[in-house]
Design a protein around this ligand. Structure first.
Ligand SMILES: [Zn+2]
Length: 183
């Protein structure tokens, strides 16, 4: 998946991931000085749809200060109506330059989708939704890519239905290294 449109936004995210990886993160310092400006309005450059997994915090991974990215997080990045409504707000009202669907390695929600026995009601609903986009014999990496691709498709459809051509990209966060890569 290449970045077509939204290149500047993607570059900012990748530069932030570079700072995170090199131990040169600066977001918390910048956030403090941004507080007075942000009191008036927010203008995030990207919407990031990520997993709720505590090891996958987009603001930390992308070294993004307050006001820079609009995040929507659910386990497995599953989009229910509340998540889609939040994305509508980001696209139609905040007019973000880019939507990023961020999957990750070792996703517990994807593992649960492969072994759904004993899942509670709402988790079962999420797993059933994810299962529909997975190949029968997909590997964990293939499952992560398929799920991100499916959700990216949902995001594109939503943006188009609102009359926007906001670019959407899929990416994977590597838990083992801290690096983000485009799918
Ligand atoms: Zn996950």
């Amino acid at each position: 998946m290449a970045v077509t449109g939204g290149e500047a936004s993607w570059s900012r995210l990748m530069e932030g991931n570079g700072r995170f990886l090199s131990g040169a993160a600066r977001a918390s310092r910048e956030s403090l000085s941004n507080i007075p400006t942000l009191l008036k309005a927010q203008a995030p450059h990207a919407a990031v749809i990520a997993c709720s997994d505590s090891r996958v915090s987009p603001e930390i991974i992308f070294d993004a200060a307050l006001g820079e990215i609009f995040t929507i997080r659910t386990a497995g990045q599953v989009l229910d109506r509340a998540a889609l409504g939040s994305l509508e707000y980001a696209v139609a009202h905040l007019k973000v330059e880019l939507v990023v669907v961020l999957g990750h390695t070792n996703c517990g929600m994807l593992a649960a989708t492969r072994a759904p026995r004993g899942l509670e009601t709402n988790l079962k609903w999420m797993a059933d939704g994810i299962a529909k986009c997975l190949e029968a014999d997909g590997s964990a990496a293939e499952d992560a890519a398929a799920n991100v691709g499916h959700i990216a498709g949902q995001c594109k459809t939503l943006a188009q239905s609102l009359g926007f051509s906001t670019p959407v990209v899929g990416a994977i966060y590597e838990l083992s290294s801290g690096a983000v890569g485009l799918l």
